[in-house]
Design a protein around this ligand. Sequence first.
Ligand SMILES: Cc1cc2nc3c(=O)[nH]c(=O)nc-3n(C[C@H](O)[C@H](O)[C@H](O)COP(=O)(O)OP(=O)(O)OC[C@H]3O[C@@H](n4cnc5c(N)ncnc54)[C@H](O)[C@@H]3O)c2cc1C
Length: 397
Amino acid sequence: MTDPSALVAERVDKLLAELDPATTDQVEFRGRQYDLGLAWVHFPEGFGGLGLRPVLQRDIDRRLHGAGAKLPGARHFFGLTMAGPTIVTNGDEALRQRLLRRAFTGEDAWCQLFSEPGAGSDLAGLATKAVRDGDEWVVSGQKVWNTLAHVADRGMLVARTDPEAPKHKGLTYFALDMHAPGVEVRPLRQITGEAEFNEVYMTEVRVPDGDRIGEVGEGWRVAMTTLMNERTTIGGGGGAPPRGSGAIAEAVRIWDDEVAHKSPAMRDRLVRLWIEAETLRLTNIRAGQNRKAGNPGPEGSIAKLRFAEVNMAIYELCVDLLGADGQVGFDYEMRRAESLGLTGPPGTSRTMFLRARANSIEGGTSEIQRNILGERVLGLPGEPRIDKDLPWSQVPR
Ligand SMILES: Cc1cc2nc3c(=O)[nH]c(=O)nc-3n(C[C@H](O)[C@H](O)[C@H](O)COP(=O)(O)OP(=O)(O)OC[C@H]3O[C@@H](n4cnc5c(N)ncnc54)[C@H](O)[C@@H]3O)c2cc1C
């Protein structure tokens, strides 16, 4: 059997010999990357992968980036990190053929349509309904907090298909066409002034049964694939950033360039957070190297929880280091965000301080991560769930 690292190196050589990543159109370059099995290296052959260990993706990305390939942008984010793994794990052959390549190239930008006004932490209680009509489903309901839905072509949609089944059992997962008649996206403005996320209203939207991901009634299980990948991604477990990069780099930059009166107490805070950031980075690298299979498990909640705490603390330190200057320079202008960033470029720590407030909410709150860790990693007794076996239609709301 060919050595996996050698196979990957050979494919990367081939890709770079055929196309120059610095000058080739990104869709074309990423399309060829997909065809050579270098998109998600742990996916099966023919679907953007080579069936190898996920850790090898880092070598691929490092080499391509070193050769001038652009980093994936907002158009790729949800497709790359969540929709791709969800489709390859749960979708049928036709769906994989139709959607995976386009998600990787960014021809289809994706968004996540999970949360609702009455269902966030209690996602399984959601009320958006999908009613079967021949070869189609008719979907009506409202989603909320949907990041970048305004630029999305497809939505990862979980809807209720059987209100008489217990709440976790009556759900089905769809790849919603965001341009279909009846889909309306409205901006939601956040504390930074910009509108990165949205409300999405669906009024009798017709969804072909061919766009269903997984079996009818299996939506909860399919959604778990999405959520575990989301938590690992937010926690930083999807890559191996260099030591001292990200938010902590900005804190060090401010300390070096902008702090006039340096106090030992502030230096102590900075060093402690640098160590925390480095511990998180190393924990993520170790967890990634131990992962033999494609999808992460509940241990992704460790990274998510810790990332939220460390990132918020670092940006708080940045603003404290800036002193009175940290309180000015916000414009609160309403912008439609077209990119995503949990850490910002140099000079943006005032805005990132506000944006970071969301870290302990997005992708599941810190309290929910603690519940998952307690129950599914440590094996502690579960919290009482009195509505678990009731038909959803009888659960008081
Ligand atoms: C920046 C941002 C981006 C987002 N992007 C998306 C997106 O793209 N798509 C999407 O579908 N959603 C998105 N969300 C929504 C996010 O997933 C939800 O906000 C989150 O799951 C919490 O749900 P909620 O807001 O309804 O709060 P609630 O569930 O109402 O929680 C309120 C409070 O109660 C606590 N709580 C609730 N249940 C429990 C429990 N069992 N034990 C202990 N404490 C509990 C929570 O921790 C929280 O503090 C985004 C949110 C943010 C902030």
